[in-house]
Design a binder for this molecule. Sequence first.
Ligand SMILES: [Zn+2]
Length: 713
Amino acid sequence: MRRRDFCKLIVAGASASLAGAVSLGEDAQQTSPLTALSTATAGRANYPNHRAPLLPLKYTRLPLGSIRPAGWLSDQLTVQVHGLTSHIGELWDILTLSAWKGDAGKNVLPECCTPRFAPRWLEGLTVLSGVLGNDHLKALTDPYMQYILDVHELAAVTPSVIAWSHLGRFLPDYYELTGDRRAITLLRKILDYSDASRDSQEKIVLEDPGRLGMLLSFGYWYYDQTGDADIPAMLERCSRPSVDDWKDYFAHFPQDPKYFVHFPDVTAEKPGLPPPDWTRQGVDVTQAIQYPVQHYVMSGDKSDVDSVIQGIANLDQGYGQVGGRWSGDEWLTNTDPAQGTELCDVEELLFSLEKSFEIVGELSFADRIEQLIYNAFPGTCTPDMWAHQYDQQSNQVLVSVAERHWHWNTDTSNIYGFTPNFPCCLANMHSPWPRFVQTMWMATEDRGLVAATYGPCRVHAKVAAGLPIEIVEETNYPFSDRVRITIHTGKPTSFPIYFRIPSWAVGAEVAIAGESLRQRPQQPASSGTFFKVDRLWKSGDSVTLNFNFKVRCEKRRNNAVAVAWGPLYFVLHIAESFKNLPSIPLGPKATETPAPPGCANWQITPATSWNYALVIDRQNPQCAMTSRRVSSMPFAQRGEMVKQPGATQYAPWNGDVPLALHVKARKVPGWGMNGASAAQVPLSPVRSDSPEETVELIPYGCSRLRIAEFPTT
Ligand SMILES: [Zn+2]
């Protein structure tokens, strides 16, 4: 392990944000993001919080199934249900024979990595089943869960502590879904096994001790259920080395050279094992974002939280890509938009931010959750969710089997396929959407609710003294900047609702209206705050949020720009030509592997030019915006090969993207390919004598080919 000493870094900005609420009128207040670190109120809340001595969560999750997707978000989850999520149990040999359902000795031993695949898929299935109330999906988990829940000796399934911790992190969801108390018993076994194995030198038992912080993501829940007095000390001794190591990394990167070692030449022949002085692996980092924040629940040491806030800023500086992700192909690389980000990095960062947000209520975590789920995640899957990439690129102008400047990954990594590069992402693509829906609304300590992230949904929750209410959230967000929320309640009731005002809102306004209320003028709401409405609500009362998004330019590497509007990033619309490759080389040994029946490996080549510089005022960009109906496949663009729900064949999609921008641009003739990727973005401003044209920009999530970082004239 690396250094374990506690850092004492205090982030000035975060400390300064511990201000209280600011009164804005009789029923509206704005609060700062980190008012969180507060007193226990578990005794009067509608939903259980942590037991002492653990610090209470800032926000508590509503029971699984309390939040149902609606509108376009319901369509998106329907697409997922009909995609790989409900089919890979029959298609993937890792699952058709698996020790996780009692097929002894199959697909577990002796590999060190594959044991966690089945639990990762089961996590997605379980949560998706819960948020949709879909019993068919739950039934798909039965062959595995009915076996696992009765297992006596964990190591007989797999000795991997990391694999068992992946199973552990959705057992609370499984318990909420089924009420099966064996889930609680199994969690204790997992904790005991991890405790007994925490110093193991056997890689097959403990491949990566740095991931032991994951135990915190479900260990607290077990303690809350049982009050077992052994647990806090057990969690401390298991997780502390991991937490301290990551805390040190987050706080000191990149000033400490030992944390900022670049592989000298990414085109060089890769050594058999990564040298120990390489910078860290993407999935290790994105999983670890939550560990110090989780540990704060035991320590009460605010530097735990501050180290992560500082770490995120540092990682953005060293490896930042558009939309809040970091390059990691396989180890963290740099800010070049041709570098890749693994799907698992996106999924694990979402999980970490969702856990961290509920603990401290840090608003920037929720902002980043929306950016990741509305850009990077849909952008790295096909819109029908029948295929995914291993590595996505911000500037991705060719999807093909070819050598690229990956830090470690193989030639198939940016193919949209079944198992490009390595199968972990196939297992991990199932939980982001349902986990997002699960955490859009949460309960507050003052018996109200917080709107954490936005999208169309319906919420059933208890407020005030346990009164059940329904909230209907109607919106096309993020394809619209307006959200309307209507309250349905059996009797008039007073309770607060906190609305997150994203940091990218400009002059946001909140309007409250209802039969029982005189029409109120719109009230201003500052970006980067929670807007509190605390009043007597009657059924039918509504709140309209108008975020007033403006198109903005963000400065990127080489003085390039990225174009954003609200949480969405907009990329050059490049016409895509699809070809289904019957087989692709799988893994570094390059054995040609066909996709299973009904699946595809898509090579996508550009049919239009991509080497444009934008003619744009960076400070005040002027773009014409076209808004269209969101189609039943929300992230598809016209012409993409998709398999519609219930269809057996792929066919070109005939719908349009929900939003488009039109901007002036000129071709840059000298900007071409570097191998199989777009060459580095030329330093702006660039000279171009090419004629001015109008080009279309579309949401990142609707693109498989794209330029997201542009030079400007
Ligand atoms: Zn992966």
